[in-house]
Design a protein around this ligand. Sequence first.
Ligand code: PNS
Length: 162
Amino acid sequence: MKVAVYPGSFDPVTLGHLDIIERSCEIFDQVIVTVMYNKSKSPMFTVEERVQLIKDATKHLKNVVVDCHEGLLIDYLKSKEVFIIVKGLRAISDFEAEFQMASVNQKLCHKIETVFIMTRTEYMYLSSSIVKEVASFNGDISNFVTENVQLAIASKMGGNNE
Ligand code: PNS
């Protein structure tokens, strides 16, 4: 069985992430979406909330498992005996950081391969941070995230985002 891990902060999951998950599901027999604790970011949602939001948004996909991990990604991969990482690649600006992460992960464990899926052009601009920024000014985020995520953001922001 070909299994891949799609790791990320997913704070929160966007339509761009979901597009990568859906397309990964066509390529792999199982996709494990893993919410990673990222120490360099201060999140809006707890890891448990992010896991639940992804579960809700991927109910229609039978070969998705949602999980979380604190620590090194390679330790998680080894514990699952999975050696394929899937990442979405947006603009060229993503490349340097992604190249660095893929290279470090492969240096830490030579069996690991990172597979990049190019983001669809309609999601090139999309990030969790931009969604939170638009929402913070009460902007319309309905083109960026699913309804459950819209509601969750609205409730975090005191219900002032429709
Ligand atoms: O969605 P993000 O924030 O771009 O995802 C980055 C993430 C969480 C996948 C990355 O920071 C990560 O793998 N963190 C876990 C710690 C780790 O393994 N670091 C060494 C490899 S870069």
